[in-house]
Design a protein around this ligand. Structure first.
Ligand code: HEM
Length: 367
């Protein structure tokens, strides 16, 4: 295209920016991007949905920062003030809490759909690994954020949660002290979790997410093995604007759901944490930690002479490891063969998580 044609298609600002940052390369990329169409295409929306909810978290998180105070003496009161006095403070906090939960939920869907459709196949191993890191980081966001309101539930759940890595031999006590900033959960833990929640995790997530999205852009969306032959093999939809507009419809629906959830079920605050009180009965973690929490509760104290909790923690580590390295275990899929164990692994894991979470919420609490 010569200069004259470009001048006719674009305004002056576009041309000014193009000369400086190369807009036409971006335009070319956007026009080239296509999304494969087949009967599993719906799963492609969940990465974008997770991204949207993450942006909601960043926006509402910054607004919360304007009032939140990270100390044991003031944290609870600052959140109470935000909920009762600040205009729309309750709404911002409730959206932050609900969007965190929805984001983790959509991320689970995104992860398991990528697993079941084998989107991790060569050359997307690093997309998968960076995704695994994002999962860990997001769970870290959930864990550290839970403590920040400094209420009874969050205080005692953090005490239990930080106790768990302590069962590991040699490194356990060190990790527990590192997480708590001392022997027990105190104001030092709060300051630490706050720093991790608002600075460390966002900085790391920004880098890893950048890599994840770059790789998605570089390789394009994968086509599942089942859609590589037959009538679906060549069907595509342009990303711009067709797929993106569909993404936006999903995001607007998510926003409506978030607003409704926040309005009908605003985030609760409960009572201020009192470290000198005994732990109330029925302390529970966030739902996404429930399956692990319940597993540890059900394990006997000793199994074959080894501490039950330790075996549990090691088993979680092993399952996490298998999940992360699956692109390298599933060599058959990389060669285009149908392998069965990833699906068996995914379905067993999903069923286990649902079952244990259900037990966690229905069995009456004893401690
Ligand atoms: C903050 C969390 C995450 C965000 C914002 C995110 C975002 C995205 C986006 C926007 C896409 C392209 C659209 C799509 O395929 O849905 C994508 C693709 C992908 N993601 Fe994620 N993701 C996240 C976490 C994860 C996790 C936990 C995994 C798995 C361990 C993962 C693995 C993948 C893979 C393999 C692809 C390529 C899919 C394909 O080419 O078919 N992602 N991600």
């Amino acid at each position: 295209m010569d200069m004259e044609d470009r001048n006719q298609q674009h305004g002056k600002l576009w041309l000014w920016l193009d000369e400086r940052i190369g807009l036409k390369d971006l335009e070319y990329l956007a026009k080239k991007k296509e999304v494969p169409m087949h009967r599993h295409s719906v799963w492609y929306y969940f990465g974008g949905m997770t991204l949207f909810l993450f942006m909601v978290q960043v926006t509402t998180g910054i607004l919360l920062l304007l009032y939140y105070r990270p100390s044991a003496g003031e944290a609870f009161e600052s959140v109470q003030f935000l909920m009762t006095e600040v205009q729309f403070g309750w709404l911002v906090r409730s959206i932050h809490a609900w969007s965190a939960n929805l984001m983790i939920f959509t991320m689970f869907i995104h992860l398991f759909s990528a697993l079941l459709l084998k989107a991790y196949r060569r050359p997307r191993e690093l997309t998968w690994l960076s995704g695994g890191a994002l999962m860990g980081l997001s769970l870290g966001f959930g864990f550290t954020g839970y403590l920040l309101p400094w209420n009874e539930l969050s205080y005692f759940a953090t005490r239990v949660g930080t106790e768990i890595p302590g069962v590991m031999p040699v490194v356990g006590p060190f990790i527990r002290r590192l997480m708590r900033g001392g022997d027990d959960v105190t104001g030092a833990t709060l300051t630490r979790f706050y720093g991790i929640h608002i600075a460390v995790l966002p900085a790391i997530v920004a880098m890893v997410l950048g890599l994840h999205l770059f790789l998605v852009q570089k390789h394009g969306m994968s086509r599942p093995l089942s859609a590589e032959k037959g009538p679906d093999a060549k069907r595509v939809m342009p990303f711009m604007p067709n797929f993106l507009l569909r993404d936006v419809v999903g995001w607007l629906c998510a926003l409506a759901v978030l607003a409704a959830l926040a309005a009908y079920f605003p985030a609760e605050l409960g009572k201020k944490a009192d470290p000198f009180q005994p732990a109330p009965i029925g302390i529970k973690p966030e739902w996404y930690f429930m399956a692990m929490f319940q597993t540890l509760k059900l394990l006997p104290s000793y199994i074959l002479g080894i501490e039950g909790e330790l075996l549990g923690v090691l088993a979680f580590g092993l399952v996490g490891l298998v999940l992360i390295v699956i692109p390298f275990l599933d060599r058959g899929a990389a060669l285009g063969r149908k392998t069965r164990f990833p699906a068996a692994f995914a379905i067993t894991l999903i069923a286990y998580m649902i079952l244990l979470t259900y037990i966690g919420y229905t069995v009456s609490p004893t401690k």
